[in-house]
Write a protein that binds this ligand. Structure first.
Ligand code: NAD
Length: 457
């Protein structure tokens, strides 16, 4: 279907009020739920083909996550457009005032490849719950998942409500040229900037969920086996291709050797002596990203890893340290199973290291000193902060999810989900019967004085 026609059809349906009733929005979410549960195996297989995604990760972080998002959103549908009564100033009596929320209308959602179900459908759930219509373009780099999404969702929904359009950057640009009422983008900061620039002249609002170079600070005092387990789980989940994975570990130099040893042991516990044969370890999305990761390693000291298998896109869990301050490992988002371990001697050196991680999606610290954590929060803006763990906050749908600065604009998920896809609005109802003449010309000095003194509100 022609994209212009598609948008026109969605706009017409939206403006007819067809998307507004709780019953319609509930039915849309239940329909989406059925698509997920009826096609579970097809989605799991597609995720395995695209990313070698372990079944457990496909079930928890993708399918199960979306189903739970629907289940917790449905009971909130009645609240989306609930008016909240506000006061009305005396000069505007008689009248009633309300704060309300309004949907944007036809919404374009552009998704990334790393969690190709979760990061496309969770925004779709928020958008539909809020009475918008949706055109979804999944990433072309996870083609199997994109195909299953297109086949199943396009069969289940009318194009005036939800349509999946597959394709790459050219398709995305073609869609972005149309006047959608709202755009939700998840992907790299570089592409996010282009998208914001293309929308700015038309003043189309957007949410940008972008890349994250997330530091993980390790201070003395915690059991290092547990610290290593938590870091390795967050880093090597989805083979490191997670926007909130710890990018690098910044460790107090007194712990460097012991933490490195613990990480090596934990990697062995998780994935065995040969992680390439572990069903719990995923694959790199494509050859380009595989080669990008190999190039990142140049000039670093490898502490463990190796035996990569390019033909299978198997990139081993790799621990490195970086001696050269100009290493790309310090300047680029790693987004793969390579974990730099960077020692610091004191807070001054830690501060210098942290300069390599401006406005991350998440800032992690392992420390018993809550005041230290509080000071990190004051000095380093981040999308989220987690004390004594990494990554797991993303599994908690009760929390808003979003970045700051280079890591994004806006947040969503859970109760923030439908809010992200609505805008605050005002509703005032004035009485048609009579009017207080006080504020009308000719102006009276006595009334002006009362307003100045604040005795008329
Ligand atoms: P990407 O920016 O390359 O692509 C994302 C989407 O944008 C895709 O649908 C793609 O087709 C489209 N696109 C690509 N080039 C475009 C262009 N020039 N104009 C318009 N659209 C274009 O990102 P990716 O490689 O799919 O994902 C990886 C990145 O996303 C990483 O940086 C990661 O940190 C980030 N990410 C962020 C979050 C988050 O929630 N903040 C989640 C996952 C991934």
């Amino acid at each position: 279907m022609d994209a212009k026609q598609l948008l026109a059809g969605q706009l017409e349906f939206f403006l007819s009020g067809g998307t507004r009733s709780p019953a319609f929005r509930r039915e849309s979410l239940l329909r989406l739920r059925r698509v997920l549960t009826d096609n579970q195996e097809a989605f799991i297989e597609a995720l395995a083909s695209d990313l070698g995604k372990p079944r457990m990760e496909a079930v928890t972080a993708e399918l199960g996550f979306c189903v739970q998002e629907i289940d917790t959103t449905i009971p909130q549908l009645g609240r989306v457009f609930q008016n909240s009564r506000r006061g009305t100033p005396f000069l505007l009596w008689p009248g009633r005032s309300y704060a309300t929320r309004e949907p944007y209308g036809p919404t374009l959602i552009l998704g990334p490849w790393n969690y190709p179900l979760n990061l496309t459908l969770v925004p779709v759930i928020g958008a539909l719950a809020a009475g918008n219509t949706v055109v979804l373009k999944p990433s072309e780099l996870a083609p199997h998942t994109a195909d299953v999404l297109a086949k199943t969702l396009n069969a289940a929904f009318g194009p005036q409500v939800l349509r999946v359009v597959t394709g790459g950057p050219d398709t995305a640009k073609e869609l972005l040229d149309l006047d959608f009422r709202f755009v939700f983008f998840t992907g790299s900061s570089a592409v996010g900037r282009k998208i914001a620039a293309s929308l700015a002249p038309r003043l189309i609002p957007c949410i940008l969920e972008l890349g994250g170079k997330n530091p993980c600070v390790v201070e003395p005092g915690l059991p290092l086996r547990l610290v290593a387990q938590r870091i390795a789980f967050g880093k090597f989940y989805n083979a490191g291709q997670t926007c909130v994975a710890p990018d690098s570990v910044l460790v107090h130099s007194s712990l460097f050797a012991e933490l490195t040893d613990e990480l090596k042991r934990v990697i062995g516990d998780f994935f065995g002596a040969d992680p390439s044969s572990s069903p719990s370890f995923g694959r790199i999305i494509n050859d380009t990203h595989f080669q990008r990761l190999e190039a990142l390693l140049k000039g670093s000291e490898i502490l463990s890893g190796g035996n990569n298998k390019p033909a299978e896109r198997y990139f081993a869990p790799t621990l490195v340290t970086v001696r050269d301050q100009s290493s790309p490992l310090l300047t680029q988002e790693i987004f793969g199973p390579v974990l730099p371990i960077l020692p610091y001697k004191d807070k001054h050196e830690l501060g210098l290291l942290l300069k390599n991680f401006p406005s991350p999606l998440a800032l992690y610290a392992f420390s018993l000193d809550k005041d230290f954590f509080r000071r990190l929060r004051l000095s380093y803006p981040a999308g989220s902060y987690v004390l004594n763990d990494v990554f797991t906050h993303i599994l908690n749908r009760e929390l808003p999810f979003g970045g700051v600065g280079a890591s994004g604009v806006g947040s969503y998920r859970g109760r923030e989900g439908w809010k992200a896809f609505t805008r605050p609005s005002s509703l005032m109802e004035r009485s048609p019967q009579w009017e207080l003449p006080l504020r009308l010309p000719p102006y009276r000095d006595s009334v002006t004085r009362m307003i100045q003194k604040g005795s008329l509100k």
